[in-house]
Structure formats: C-alpha cells, structure tokens
Design a protein around this ligand. Structure first.
Ligand code: DGL
Length: 274
C-alpha cells in the first residue's frame, strides 16, 4: 500500500485484548515502553524500531511522515488499538498527519517544557534534543505557551542517539559530546535539563553529572496519558500477562543485544520491512 493514502475506513473495531503499538527510530522508545509497562502491566505491546532509518533527527518532514505512516500501517495490521509515537522528532513533525490519516488514537511524546518551567528555581531551563526537534515549530510553540519569564535554551545534539544505538551509556566519547553540547546550558545556570529525545533517559546520570542539573523526561507523563486514553475508550486489558514483541527494520540480533542491555531483561526481536 502506498504511504499517504488514508486508511481510516479499513481499521477494524478494537478490542481490549488488542495490542498497543509503540515506535521510534531505534532503541530510544524503549525508555517510553518501560514506563508504559509499569502503568499498563496487562497490556500486550508491539515495539517497532525503524533502525534502517535512524537517525530521525536528520530526516526531512516528508521523510518522517512517510516512515511513520508505513510503520502505523504495519501496527494496524497487527490489530493495534492505539499507537504511542515514542519519539519526540516524529511527534513534532508527523503526528498531525498520522491523526488525519488513521482513525486509531495516537499518543505523542514532546519535551517536558511545561513541568520544567514550573519547577525551575534558577529561572533557566535547558532542552536537549535532536537537531530537528530543536528547530521545530512544535518546540517553539511549547516554549511560547509555557515559558513565561523563564529562559529556555534549546540545543540540538547530533550523534548522541548513535551512542545509545550502539548500547553505550557511559564512556569518554559520550562525555566529550555532552561536555560540548551542555556547555552553554551550564554557563547560563540552568538547574533543569529537559531530555527532549527518548534515547536520552538512558544517559540520564551522565547528563545530570556533566550539566550539574537535574533532568526531566516525558516517559511517565506519556504512560499516564496512554492509560487515560485507553480507559476512556473502554479498551484497557485489565488482567492477564503483559507481553512485548519487538520488531526492527535493521538487524534483529543487534537490536536484541542492545535492548536487552537497556531494559535489563532478555529481549528477542524479529526483522520487519515497511
Ligand atoms: N528518539 C528520537 C526522539 O525522541 C529520535 C532519535 C533519532 O533518531 O534522531 O526524537
């Protein structure tokens, strides 16, 4: 099927036993999945990593809409009752189009600008993200809506997601990137760093240490929002064993190795092409 054509008419009605889809360009969305699993322990999750196309942070809006539409079709064929866009970049550039094209509910991830601006004491907040999210209108709008008198410094961090994709969460390469990228935020006196990319929660301790600030991400809020949406549609799976099935558009063995490390449990993955 051609990405871009509407699918609204062919979505079959959902049942509580149907799975919830979660996708990202890669392993970053696992930081969202682990929060979803805590709050929705009986659900069946299908996690889709578009690793043949990582990084999303360097794709055009048209490419992002195309990739995310293809992934959504795959998830619909698996009968998903809702889709969590476990990626800030895809949410910023594609979720509007996805909502127009498909009738199932989408839950997106955006940088936690609002809580950060409410909680800062120094009056300065740093937001780190992919380059695409940093320059997005969606992030600009969030800042305009919620920052008020708070100074919000937005920094795009190319290369950071690649460290996590390789399974690295510490080390000299990571520290060197972080020192460079976080320098302006540190110099400005930010006391909160918003992790505006779902790969970054896996780097939380290094980011907090090098920035000398506390970190905030959106994982828990997304899980809460997903539960609200699922419950409001009477789609909650309230009993039974929760499960997760993993797909990647790249090497499933490599994905499984890194995902097992990040989730601290044994993960098996399958290859998928969309
Ligand atoms: N994890 C993604 C995000 O939250 C994107 C990383 C990438 O592929 O550039 O934006």
């Amino acid at each position: 099927m051609i990405a871009g054509r509407t699918n609204k008419s062919i979505s079959p009605p959902s049942r509580p036993s149907d799975p919830i889809g979660v996708f990202d360009s890669g392993v970053g969305g696992l930081s969202v999945l682990r929060e979803l699993e805590k709050l929705l322990p009986h659900e069946r999750f299908i996690f889709f990593a578009d690793q043949a196309f990582v990084p999303y942070g360097e794709k055009t809006p048209a490419e992002l809409i195309d990739r995310t539409s293809r992934i959504t079709r795959f998830l619909l064929h698996q009968r998903c009752k809702a889709v969590v866009v476990g990626c800030n970049t895809a949410t910023c550039y594609a979720i509007g189009q996805l909502r127009q094209r498909f009738s199932i509910p989408f839950i997106g991830v955006v940088p936690a600008v609002k809580p950060a601006c409410e909680q800062t004491r120094s009056g300065v907040v740093g937001v780190i993200s992919t380059p695409a999210t940093a320059r997005s209108r969606a992030l600009r709008d969030l800042v305009r809506r919620f920052a008020g008198a708070i100074r919000v410094i937005r920094i795009g961090c190319p290369g950071l997601e690649e460290v996590v994709e390789g399974g690295g969460t510490t080390g000299p390469v990571l520290d060197a990137i972080l020192k460079t990228r976080l320098a302006p935020i540190r110099a400005a006196g930010a006391d909160i760093i918003v992790l505006g990319c779902t790969h970054y929660p896996f780097l939380r301790s290094r980011i907090a240490k090098i920035a000398g600030a506390r970190t905030l991400d959106s994982g828990k809020a997304v899980a809460r929002q997903t539960r609200i949406i699922i419950e409001s549609r009477n789609m909650l799976r309230a009993s039974g064993l929760g499960t997760a099935t993993f797909y990647t558009t790249n090497d499933p063995v490599r994905f499984a190795r890194v995902a097992s490390k990040l989730l601290r449990r044994r993960v098996v993955a399958r290859a998928a092409r969309v």
